[in-house]
Write a protein of this length. Sequence first.
Length: 211
Amino acid sequence: MENKTLILSTAYLPPLEYWAALLQHDKILLEAHEHYQKQSYRNRCRILGPNGVQDLNIPVAGARKSKMLITDVAVFDDGLWQKIHWKSIETAYNSSPFFLYYVDYFEDFYRTMPEKLFDFNRQIMETIFEILELDITIGQTKEFIKEYDAEVSDLRYHIHPKIASDFSERCRMNPYIQVFSDRHGFVPNLSILDLIFNMGPEARTYLEQLG
């Protein structure tokens, strides 16, 4: 456990490297004063379905047209995304060993339309803390700081679907059995959903061994 403060962006059902970083620090802050960053994990996650890796994107309102504070970004109600996300999750994981055990933790998030992306992500994160039995308190930044000193682990822009960071390279992920690994082989660093549904109570131990 590092004494450094860890700064993370908000993320939707974040990938395993996000959780590995979180478990390695004793003080964690979510960046609450940045502008929304498109094409990032802030509003997307990756799962493994029958046709391979699938991105699930939450539509947001207005943020793409102008700079908007991340905590002000509203979820766009297109009438479809929740149904698409949940159907995709069911298709990907309903035959996984622990889907029936954990499904009730997540299904309600797709029944009521959330207002703000930041709040929605945080609610899901707190649910995952409960599943993983993590006694963690996460704060929020009070202002935006472009560059932090060496006493802070700043991973806001390093855990990204299109960037392989130094931290990503250090997270050597041993294969675990995935539902469609017979078709696609082992795919590392998917959404935490993949690990929870496939490994159940062993998910936390797996994360603690990363890095």
